[in-house]
Design a protein around this ligand. Sequence first.
Ligand code: GTP
Ligand code: MG
Length: 190
Amino acid sequence: MLCSAQFLLSATHESQFPTPELPEVAFLGRSNVGKSTLLNKLLGQKLAFTSSTPGRTQAVNFFRVEDRILFVDLPGYGYAKAPKSVTRGWQEFIDAYLVNRDNLALCVLLLDARRGWMEIDLQLKEWLEFHQRPYMVAATKVDKLNQKERNASQKNIRGHYPDGDLVWFSGLTGQGVKEIWQTIWKTTAR
Ligand SMILES: Nc1nc2c(ncn2[C@@H]2O[C@H](COP(=O)(O)OP(=O)(O)OP(=O)(O)O)[C@@H](O)[C@H]2O)c(=O)[nH]1
Ligand SMILES: [Mg+2]
């Protein structure tokens, strides 16, 4: 699907966030899990910068989609090589976004399908639930799994997330794009 979408702005501080007018969909997950890739795949164009080097997206990048919603590409967490000061800075900055943003309609929490939930993902999940932020889970890079691995992954993910929206996604094949859009339209409709 090709959307009408434009890069809006890149923020490194809360004061630079756009005026909260449109519902926002934020993409969250560990560094290198495929957030920017998924966002590009949903839009059918390469707007967000992707890289095989973890920690590539450092700012919060906003994209305007169909003049109806904003997509928000967040920097990844859990990048082991990042200095502690950067990790702390990330937490404060992103926490501020996730807690204060009234127009945040949906978080798409990405998990690497090969790894499933890791401790840091579970912390974020609990945190989202505590703050009552609606979220869905996308298991990414499914193209790297065979059927047996996929079954094991499903068991792992459902073990901590029994009945919420879960989509299997591949940036290579486009699997899952339709389902993620369905959840986005459902949660941002008003
Ligand atoms: N095979 C495969 N590779 C993927 C998939 N999604 C992402 N990748 C690759 O994984 C790497 C990281 O992708 P990004 O989209 O840049 O990841 P990110 O989560 O935005 O990373 P940061 O911005 O650093 O947090 C790139 O080399 C992508 O090509 C997928 O579904 N399948
Ligand atoms: Mg990125």
